[in-house]
Design a protein. Structure first.
Ligand SMILES: [Zn+2]
Ligand SMILES: [Zn+2]
Ligand SMILES: [Zn+2]
Length: 409
């Protein structure tokens, strides 16, 4: 068995889907396989528990908020319905999709596919299910939302009495379970179990796949001949290198940098307190937190909302600019930069979730009231566009300038 590294295009010939140790790429060190025993049955148990916890998180009060003895309770779905009723339709739908639709869809698909594997059944739509699973995994943001809730609670704890409802704890449990499922799920393993492994050609040797006229399917990692247009196992289009990856990445980055301006100029949140309305921008909110003495929270928001989007735009632009040059940094260092930007990107959503939670929780008319400001949609666009830009970039091209036979053990 062999596997082509999705990050650097190296053909690793010692790959096994049932290996008893973790396997790493011989050239770049990327983890190709994480070993786990009884993966299918463990995934199933975790998935059913997570579904149960997520259902519980929807059925009870989530958070309680009281200024003068009359507590107001919100449920998890209130984060969506309050936004929609305040005419933030697009934002409400986005949060509903990220927090409710995608987690349920993800868990449902994992349950369906692991059922097929455990009982060796061929179920309808397995290919479609596995492809959907891979494409929604990067958009699961339960952990980011949890941090958003904590930030919102810190912002409120000095002015009101707060209560954590039963649903909150169920939600925490669901977040932990989904994180475990996410780390246990191995897409090449899943495809091998569902549709059988694809045999690699016999005369392969250590080297880049491109040099041997081979390429790997980005969806199911089956090894394909370079002239193939669609993967014979999953039907996904195959490319040795993604066509136009640079122009797509740069276009998305440009759009993100344009949206970054209104996101920081306009207020992200309007707070009404005793009849007086105050608008605050992202930076204004950070300064307020800092003055109030919540230094750790101020730093978290500063990093997540200001530094991470900027760093992502600059790092990706820089990688696009010199992805073919052999100078400055080695391919491996550039790859690390790329992996970090890809990993931290979704954490920028924290501020959006903070505003959504505050809006759902603080609805007491003129006494105290929070609604999102006009900047929130452009900020959401910045986060989504930079995430898409990182996904569009093809990291294999960072290695193409290297002499083809050289290895970095
Ligand atoms: Zn590699
Ligand atoms: Zn495929
Ligand atoms: Zn190129």
């Amino acid at each position: 068995m062999a596997m082509i590294c999705p990050e650097c295009d190296w053909l690793n010939s010692d790959y096994e889907t049932e290996a008893s140790t973790d396997l790493h790429c011989q050239r770049c060190g990327h983890t190709l396989y994480r070993c786990a025993r009884h993966r299918a049955s463990r995934l199933q148990a975790l998935t059913y528990s997570a579904l149960l916890m997520l259902a519980a998180a929807l059925s009870f009060p989530f958070l309680g908020f009281a200024t003068q003895g009359t507590p107001h309770y919100m449920t998890l779905t209130d984060t969506v319905t309050t936004l929609v009723s305040h005419h933030f339709m697009a934002l409400g739908i986005m949060i509903g999709v990220l927090l409710l639709v995608l987690p349920f869809l993800y868990l449902g698909l994992v349950a369906y596919l692991t059922f097929a594997i455990q009982y060796q059944r061929t179920l309808p739509g397995m290919r479609m299910a596995a492809r959907t699973l891979a494409s929604i995994a990067p958009w699961l943001m339960l952990d980011v939302f949890l941090v958003g809730i904590l930030v919102a609670l810190v912002k409120l704890h000095s002015i009101a009495k707060l209560e954590l409802g039963l649903s909150f704890w169920a939600y925490c449990a669901a977040t932990l379970l989904i994180a475990r499922i996410w780390s246990l799920m191995d897409m090449p393993w899943l495809w091998d179990q569902l549709l059988g492994p694809v045999a690699a050609p016999h005369n392969t040797h250590a080297g880049t796949a491109r040099q041997q006229s081979l390429c790997s399917c980005e969806c199911c990692s089956a090894i394909q001949l370079m002239q193939t247009t669609h993967c014979q196992r999953c039907g996904h289009p195959v490319h040795s290198r993604r066509p136009h990856h640079l122009s797509i990445t740069i276009a998305l980055l440009l759009a993100a940098s344009i949206m970054y301006i209104p996101a920081n100029v306009f207020p992200i949140m309007d707070t009404t307190f005793l009849g007086q309305t105050q608008s605050s921008t992202i930076v204004g909110g950070i300064i307020q937190l800092w003055r109030g003495g919540s230094y750790p929270i101020a730093i978290i928001i500063l990093v997540a909302s200001i530094l991470v989007p900027l760093a992502k735009i600059f790092v990706l632009a820089w990688l696009c600019w010199q992805h073919h040059s052999q100078y400055a940094l080695t391919a491996q260092q550039k790859q690390r930069f790329y992996q970090v930007t890809e990993f931290v990107g979704r954490w920028s959503m924290i501020d959006i979730f903070v505003v959504a939670v505050l809006t759902a929780l603080v609805q007491q008319g003129n006494i105290m009231n929070v609604i999102p400001g006009p900047a929130i949609l452009s900020f959401a666009a910045v986060v989504v566009l930079t995430m898409l830009a990182a996904m569009a970039f093809d990291p294999r091209q960072l290695w193409d300038a290297l002499p083809q036979q050289e290895t970095h053990p």
